[in-house]
Design a protein around this ligand. Structure first.
Ligand SMILES: C[S@@+](CC[C@H](N)C(=O)[O-])C[C@H]1O[C@@H](n2cnc3c(N)ncnc32)[C@H](O)[C@@H]1O
Length: 286
């Protein structure tokens, strides 16, 4: 696993972001993030299918939870390549795979949009929220396709519009009562909600050479397990609210946290808080 990635290319900003503060934050919060995201990732994995003996690619594999699940499903005769730009997340992922004795996993620190995959070798490319960060998504998906054999499957889960994802819109709206609104930004710029428009997702995959494209709505609850304080901590640490209050002083941060706590306190069921989440489960064939 190489340690340094080129940050001069079109994905440079995202590479720096995920290799730096964001990667560290994800590693630190993995025990909260993984169970919260697990059902969504499994829904996409079930839709894509992953069977014994298959070769899979996990795009933007992060801390490796889904890579290990793919490795379990593909079994000792199969293999999984986890690819990610974040050094800190990958370090965690490979440690986790070694601890679990998953010898059929390989992790590579590389940009999935330019990495030279073994040509036409994989049966499946999969991602849990790792494909919305490409500056040139058509080129990136065409590159992923180069590593897939003809007829191989693509399956991923990505977020629908922010407004439909109450787990981020609620803290974002509260933060906006305390800090100035951000500069308007291109809704298609790389970021968690860049794939909110299903027609755009379909066009990107079509232009990248995929066929049989299906973009299916998936509504679910985002469950943040633990105490009310833990749930509030999660809600203000991830998504747009965290970026809005990042530069604010401690009084403002505390005020936002208190308001989020009041807003969700009634939803805490003793074991956690559930808020609406909305995704696309996308499948296609190479
Ligand atoms: C929202 S996180 C999801 C991580 C992981 N799939 C999960 O569900 O826990 C997005 C991931 O995509 C990775 N990523 C962003 N741009 C990438 C690129 N061009 N190539 C490979 N990975 C990328 C990030 O480093 C990060 O790990």
């Amino acid at each position: 696993m190489s340690e340094e990635l080129e940050t001069a290319g079109p994905n440079g900003e995202q590479i720096e972001y995920w290799s730096g503060e964001a990667g560290d934050r994800w590693v630190a919060a993995r025990e909260a993030l993984d169970p919260a995201l697990e059902p969504f990732g499994l829904a996409a994995m079930d839709a894509a299918g992953a069977g014994p003996g298959e070769r899979a690619i996990d795009i933007g594999c992060g801390c490796g939870a889904t890579t290990l699940e793919l490795a379990r499903r593909t079994g000792p005769m199969g293999s999984v390549l986890g690819i990610d730009v974040s050094t800190s997340m990958l370090r965690w992922a490979s440690g986790r795979a070694a601890a679990a004795g998953r010898q059929n996993t390989v992790f590579v620190n590389a940009d999935a949009s330019t990495y030279r995959f073994e040509e036409k070798a994989a049966d499946l490319a999969y991602s849990r929220f790792g494909v919305m960060f490409f500056a040139n998504p058509v080129e990136a998906f065409a590159n992923v396709r180069s590593g897939l054999r003809r007829g191989a499957r693509l399956g991923f889960v990505c977020w629908r519009a922010l407004e439909r994802n109450v787990w981020v819109s609620l803290p974002r709206d509260i933060a906006l009562r305390h800090v100035p609104p951000p500069e308007p930004r291109d809704p298609f710029a790389p970021g968690p909600f860049a794939f909110a428009d299903p027609d755009r997702v379909g066009r990107i995959l079509d232009d990248a050479g995929f066929s049989g494209i299906d973009v299916a709505a998936h509504d679910a609850a985002m469950r943040q397990s633990g105490s009310l304080d833990e749930a509030v901590g999660f809600l203000v640490r991830f998504g747009p609210a965290s970026r809005l209050i990042a530069g604010a002083d401690e009084t403002v941060k505390r005020a936002v946290e208190d308001e989020v706590r009041r807003a969700v306190a009634g939803l805490h069921d003793g074991g956690g808080v559930e808020l609406d989440a909305a995704m696309w489960i996308v499948t296609a064939r190479a």
